[in-house]
Ligand binder design. Structure first.
Ligand code: AP5
Length: 192
């Protein structure tokens, strides 16, 4: 099973991807997590990505395309994978189409989570509060200014992907405003 989750920041992509990981035994490939890990390790990619991510902007297509191309060939992806936060621009989607074709892989579905923007800000604030309460580190892009920029980047560069995947006939849309279990049940219906 090879899936893509599309949706704005805070839509629940990571939450739903984690649930499917457990159910299908395939990895969640979050480009955001991979980039944060590169930043934490201080690698070359991490050094290039940090300021861009902190500002709520998108890292270059070239960097993320290379990360994903390598990652989907890893042994744990043999049965499939869930792409969470990639592709995020039309050039990334075109690069992904090309890399899947070259590797002889096919996508099963592209699931878009539709959410009202007002709810997204509240979800980000909840995540910050929960992280602080648990004694964890708040994401450096979970603040009002960077979040506003992330939403702008989404509208300008990622929202056009819905039309791209509607055109290929792979797009499925789910109401991401429902509670986590209801969203999850809707996704299961699509995948059944
Ligand atoms: P990334 O880490 O991908 O962040 P994001 O897309 O902004 O998404 P989030 O992780 O904030 O939200 P989510 O949709 O996963 O929601 P979640 O499940 O966590 O990217 C970060 C940065 O990395 C980017 O800005 C960019 O700089 C860079 N980057 C990453 N990929 C890139 C790419 N391909 N190209 C270029 N740059 C890239 O849920 C959010 C909160 O809501 C949680 O607290 C959760 O508990 C809660 N919640 C979830 N579902 C529900 C529900 N149904 N009801 C109520 N609450 C819910």
């Amino acid at each position: 099973m090879r899936l893509i989750f599309l949706g704005p920041p805070g839509a629940g992509k990571g939450t739903q991807a984690k649930l499917l990981t457990e159910r299908y035994g395939i990895p969640q490939l979050s480009t955001g997590d991979m980039l944060r890990s590169a930043v934490a390790q201080g690698s070359e990619v991490g050094k290039r990505a940090k300021a861009v991510m902190d500002a709520g902007q998108l890292v270059s297509d070239e960097i993320v395309n290379e990360i994903v191309s390598d990652r989907i060939e890893a042994p744990d992806c043999a049965k499939g994978f869930i792409l969470d936060g990639y592709p995020r621009t039309v050039p990334q989607a075109i690069a992904l189409d090309r890399m899947l074709e070259q590797k002889g892989m096919k996508l099963d579905a592209v699931i878009e989570l539709k959410v009202d923007e007002g709810a997204l800000v509240r979800r980000m604030e909840n995540r910050v509060a929960e992280t602080v309460a648990a004694g964890g580190n708040v994401r450096s892009d979970d603040n009002p200014e960077a979040f506003r920029r992330r939403l702008e980047e989404y509208r300008a560069k990622t929202a056009p992907l819905s039309a791209h995947y509607a055109g290929t006939g792979q797009l499925k849309t789910v109401d991401g405003m429902a509670d986590v279990d209801t969203v999850s049940a809707e996704i299961e219906k699509i995948l059944a």
